[in-house]
Design a protein around this ligand. Structure first.
Ligand SMILES: Nc1ncnc2c1ncn2[C@@H]1O[C@H](COP(=O)(O)OP(=O)(O)OP(=O)(O)O)[C@@H](O)[C@H]1O
Ligand SMILES: [Mg+2]
Length: 206
């Protein structure tokens, strides 16, 4: 299965959710490859901080990704692609390569508007690739805020399914990444539960 975290907007959580999804799939004994498709190389930098790599991470920040992935796909159970912000050519290549596009969105109107651009790219591809799935996932939700509660209503205008699992605003995501780790490797926590539920839900999408 190929999962791609994609949003043309920067800083929405593509890398955070990619490394967590890849780590959780590897914890479930899946053979996982994480592709860093962002020239910023954040996922590669994260993996270079780790002393015990549980899965391979490669950098393919190119518009030829959909071709290169064909050589890799048979070696893995799952591939997770961490998409770049802004670069539409690479985004198109990722969309061609993947089975499901997951668009992380923060609960703010700017994020809802910005996501429309990524969804347009996906819909363009779905004309030729009707089996391509696309879902939205809410990231950095702040508990007990009006915007957190209302974001689902605002997302309805994008006419794209929204995953049930919300990922909260939790400092553990940033703190664990800083040391090449994840919230999955630090004992039980709300953050860990959210990622486990997210991955359960993603695996049911296919
Ligand atoms: N749920 C969360 N709770 C707290 N901090 C978060 C959460 N998700 C992401 N962050 C933080 O927000 C920042 C941006 O996240 P991240 O790098 O994953 O976004 P991105 O979409 O990959 O950005 P870019 O477009 O630049 O690649 C990081 O500092 C990250 O640690
Ligand atoms: Mg990133």
């Amino acid at each position: 299965m190929i999962y791609a975290f994609l949003n043309q907007k920067g800083g929405v959580g593509k890398t955070t959710l990619s490394i967590h999804t890849a780590t959780e799939l590897a914890r479930r004994k899946r053979k996982v490859l994480l592709i860093d498709a962002d020239p910023q190389g954040s996922a590669l930098a994260w993996s270079s901080c780790r002393d015990d790599p549980r899965f391979n991470v490669v950098g393919v920040p190119k518009a030829t990704l959909h071709q290169e992935i064909e050589l890799l796909v048979s070696d893995y159970d799952d591939i997770v692609i961490d998409g770049p912000p802004r670069i539409a050519e690479v985004a198109r290549s990722i969309i061609l390569a993947t089975d499901i596009v997951i668009v992380p969105i923060q609960p703010s109107p700017m994020d809802v508007w910005a996501a429309a651009e990524t969804i347009d790219l996906v819909q363009e591809a779905q004309i030729y690739k009707p089996e391509l799935r696309c879902v939205l996932t809410i990231n950095r939700k702040i508990a007990n805020t009006a915007i957190g509660r209302d974001v689902r209503k605002a997302l309805a205008e994008l006419e794209t399914p929204v995953l049930k699992t919300d990922i909260g605003q939790r400092v553990a995501f940033a703190e664990s990444a800083a040391v090449g780790s994840t919230v999955l490797e630090q004992g039980r926590s709300k953050a860990r539960k959210e990622i486990e539920r997210l991955v359960n839900e993603l695996r049911r999408q296919t």
